[in-house]
Write a protein of this length. Structure first.
Length: 133
């Protein structure tokens, strides 16, 4: 049995996969001439999901709306537009080691979010299988 909450968890998992790739690209390219630190606006994604959950509670329909950094296209494709990271840019210029630590911290946070969403989805699917028996 699938419902809209499954779809929300899948979007969170997609988001963490995309964010992981973006952070790795940022780390990989930080020594390239003209590099500008960027970040994924996690708060923006959280707002998009919060609005979708509120709509789900109200109408039992899932409504995912685009934002300034998040977009959804037909077929469920999620796109993220990283934005300039002013705070990280200062850190990058002043203390490269701390800048890399910041990126590692973001990777760790992202991995924890992914693991949580995957666990919730697995638990929900197991519960649905048990209920179907």
């Amino acid at each position: 049995i699938r419902d809209n909450i499954d779809d929300i968890l899948v979007k969170i998992i997609q988001f963490t996969h995309i964010r992981h790739r973006i952070i790795l690209d940022i780390i990989k390219n930080c020594r390239v001439a003209g590099f500008v630190p960027k970040r994924v606006d996690v708060e923006d994604f959280a707002k998009v999901i919060s609005v979708a959950l509120a709509e789900h509670q109200r109408s039992k329909k899932l409504s995912l709306c685009d934002s300034h950094t998040i977009s959804f296209s037909f077929g469920g494709r999620l796109s993220i537009e990283p934005e300039a990271d002013i705070a990280a840019q200062k850190l990058f210029a002043q203390n490269f080691e701390r800048y890399i630590c910041l990126q590692k911290q973001r990777l760790n946070e992202n991995a924890a979010n992914n693991k949580t969403a995957c666990s919730l989805l697995r638990h929900k699917m197991r519960s649905a299988k048990m209920a179907a028996r």
